[in-house]
Structure formats: C-alpha cells, structure tokens
Design a protein around this ligand. Structure first.
Ligand SMILES: [Zn+2]
Ligand SMILES: [Zn+2]
Length: 220
C-alpha cells in the first residue's frame, strides 16, 4: 500500500506532474503501469485526421496481436478468478486455464492441518459442546479449516439445527448452484408436450415443467 505521492516528468511536454498515493494504489490494484504523461498530454485532443489515423493504427496493431473484438483478457481481472462470481457460473474452470490466459488464482493455505474432522460432530446440536466454537474443524470436501463462532453455535442451538459440516465457501457454492445455471436442457411441456428448453439439469429430476403459455394458464 503506497502512502506517498509520486512525482514524474511527462515524456511529452517534459513538465513535472504528480500522481497521488490513492491513484497509485488503484493503478497497482488493476495491474496498470502508472502514466508516463501528464494529465493534459493524456487528455490531448487530436485533429480529426490524426485521430482517424491513430485509430486505424491501434485497431490494426490489436488485430495483429489477435486482441481486437475480444472480451477483456483475464489479466485485466482485479483479483483471483476463483474468488469472483465467475467461478459460480463456470465452476469447472481450472487453475491451469486461468493462468494460461494470464489471470490470477488464489491458493488456499493448506499447510495447517490440525483440527477436528467435521464428520465427527454429533448429529444433534444438543450433544455438541459449546467449546466446539474454540476449535478448528476440517471440511471433508475441501480440507479447509473453519470455525463455528459462538453466535453461530447459539443460533443453531436455538433452532435445534445440527452444525454444518462443510466450509462456508463450499456452503455458499452449493446454495447458489441453483441460480447460476446458464445451460439449458431440452424438455417437453408437461401440459401441451411442446418442445421447450429449461435451465433445470436432468439430474434434479423435475417432472412437471411447463411452457410459458401453459404456465400462465395453469399455474400463474
Ligand atoms: Zn505533458
Ligand atoms: Zn405447454
């Protein structure tokens, strides 16, 4: 984290200019180099002909590099891909793919392995001691360590719910899975047998899926 402003000499007009520390942090965060030109030179207004010429040049350079028309590259990402919403919609994306495309990936620190496997938790909250909230638990699916806070323990006890076994990241992923389906599957309308597409994966076993008209007529 920078706390000091930076003074630079503009490569165009040779005047000195200052980039304040907050802006420096922003540039760093989004992976951009700090500007080499002063604000006035960066904001320079070109004559129409010069602008058209530059624009053509920029486009043809981008085409040579295979960039033109493409979506922003992974390297423009401001954080690790696996910590973005992207991973919710494309859960099968691998670290290798992301790194190959110039993106970032955050690795969970698994060097600390001491803790109680959550599979050994009692099935009833009433058999679970309050002291559990001072212990590290190990998620059976991710091997991540996690805690149950005292407030969580109280809440579960109040409701009579058993404690969760999975790490909270995994719980959120599982929960949100149902609303992040972006692939459709062929179905037949339960009422009129028309061919339709729906977002429910066949393994969910949904039987009564209606087309829009039948839904309006029979359900809504
Ligand atoms: Zn300048
Ligand atoms: Zn129908």
């Amino acid at each position: 984290m920078n706390t000091e402003n930076e003074t630079k000499t503009c490569v165009d007009c040779k005047n000195e200019f200052t980039i304040d520390s907050g802006d420096l942090n922003l540039y760093e965060k989004v992976g951009l180099k700090t500007p080499s030109k002063c604000f006035d030179c960066r904001m320079k207004q070109y004559a129409k002909e010069e602008y058209e010429k530059l624009k053509t040049q920029i486009i043809s350079d981008m085409e040579k590099r295979g960039e033109y028309g493409e979506f922003f590259p992974y390297s423009f990402g401001t954080g690790p891909y696996n910590l973005t919403n992207g991973i919710l919609y494309f859960p099968n994306t691998t670290k290798e793919e992301v790194l190959k495309n110039g993106g970032y990936w955050s690795e969970e620190d698994l060097s600390q392995t001491d803790g109680t496997p959550s599979s050994s938790l009692p099935d009833s909250i009433f058999d679970t001691p309050r002291e559990i909230s001072s212990q590290a638990l190990i998620c059976p699916e991710t091997q991540y360590r996690f805690n149950i806070s005292e407030a969580e323990y109280e809440f579960h006890k109040h409701k009579g719910f058993a404690l969760p076994r999975l790490h909270f990241d995994k719980r959120i992923l599982n929960k949100i899975k149902k609303i992040t389906n972006i692939k459709t599957y062929p179905y037949k309308c339960f009422y009129c047998q028309k061919n339709i597409n729906a977002y429910y994966p066949p393994e969910w076993g949904y039987q009564k899926i209606a087309c829009e008209e039948c839904y309006k007529q029979n359900i809504a």
